[in-house]
Each structure stands twice: as C-alpha cells, then as structure tokens.
Design a protein around this ligand. Structure first.
Ligand code: GRF
Length: 200
C-alpha cells in the first residue's frame, strides 16, 4: 500500500510507523506527510526519514471554498497514488469530501476506549485528564476507521490499560503512548496482509 500520514503534533506515532517501515516490519511505502502545522515535531521527523511534507492549512490558503480546499488534499493523495490515510495526532477534521473519496481508507488512533472519552474537545492530554477525573480504572487505545463524525466509525482494535491509583493524566498518557507505538504499526501490518479487511 501507499500510505499518507496526516499529523499536527509531536509525531511519535508517525515515527513508530516510519521505524516499522525502516525495519521491514511494514511493506507499505510511507509516501507523504500532510500537516496543518509546518513547524510541528512530525515535520522534523519526516525530514529525518526523507518523507516529503505537504503543508495544507486554511491559513495558507485563505478564501478557498470547501470544494477547492478539499481538492488540495485530493490532488496530493491522487498524485501520490495513496491507498490508505493514517491519522496520527491530526488536530483538524478531515475534509468531508476526502472522507467520502477515501471511504473505509482512513485510520485513526484515539488514546482511550471509544465510544467513551471521544468527541469534541477530546484530544491530547484532555482525554487522559477526563479519564482520571472520571475515576474509571481502565483506559486504553482505539484504532478505528473514520467517518464524518468525530471519533466514530468501525473499531478495528482496542487495547485496555489499567489506570493505577497514583496515575495522573501525564503518566497515563505515557503508558498509553507506549502501546500506541506498538499497536498502530501492528494493525497497519494486519491490513497489509489482509487479515483485517477494511470493507467488511
Ligand atoms: C496520540 O495520543 C494519538 O492517540 C492521538 O494524538 C496523539 C498523537 O501523539 N490521536 P503523537 O503526535 O503521535 O506523539
């Protein structure tokens, strides 16, 4: 498969995917990084691994219609013959037209057990803070396909992680990230091998 990663932040999941490719655990080509933030950690990681970066943001392209804006993404995806989009800490909503054209071909990783602790505002450390404040004793991660609604779409994989009494949002984030780095490449491999079908 040809993969395009969308990321906005530190890029540690992006890096784990690139390392899995470098070590031949994955066979897919990581063809492109699309980011809305040209100075984020993911961009630096892309440079380190020689992955082309495409910066698309409303700030760079003001005044475009939704259709014109979506076309910026679609042109890059088509040009690079992308089969699968992997969201790895992408802070923007994927344009609905891109979601439609790449139906069942967009993966996301969420640092909690969806459908709990998902939806608007539930990103980054906010998720872990909400988990800690709820007093719940199990959190984890979810890898799922996205549709046009926040954090919805078919769940492909979940891994639970125990919340210890002395955990705070930062320690919980660290524990869950560790598993994200392991399981995101693992699930992509299962898709490559056809063990997980995207059109079921
Ligand atoms: C991860 O926790 C991921 O689950 C969420 O955003 C965070 C991205 O972290 N979607 P990083 O940029 O990969 O370090």
């Amino acid at each position: 498969m040809n993969i395009c990663v969308f990321a906005s932040g530190g890029g540690s999941n992006f890096k784990s995917i690139l390392e899995a490719r470098r070590d031949n655990f994955l066979n897919s080509d990581i063809r492109l990084l699309i980011t809305n933030n040209s100075n984020c950690g993911a961009v630096h990681i892309a440079r380190e691994f020689g992955v082309p970066v495409c910066h698309i943001s409303r700030k760079v392209y003001p005044g475009l219609s939704d259709g014109e804006y979506a076309k910026l993404f679609l042109d890059k995806l088509v040009e690079n013959e992308i089969d699968l989009i992997v969201l790895a800490g992408y802070m923007k909503i994927v344009e609905p037209e891109v979601v439609r054209k790449f139906s069942n071909r967009i993966l996301n990783i969420h640092p909690a057990l969806l459908p709990d602790f998902g939806g608007k505002g539930m990103y980054g450390i906010n998720v872990h803070k909400a988990v800690i404040e709820s007093g719940i004793k199990i959190s984890g991660l979810t890898i799922h396909l996205i549709d046009e609604v926040y954090d919805r779409g078919r769940i492909l994989f979940q891994k639970s992680v125990k919340v210890e009494d002395d955990d705070d949002e930062f320690s919980l984030q660290k524990k869950i990230l560790h598993f994200e780095h392991k399981y995101y490449p693992f699930i992509i491999k299962k898709i490559e091998e056809g063990e997980i079908g995207l059109d079921e």
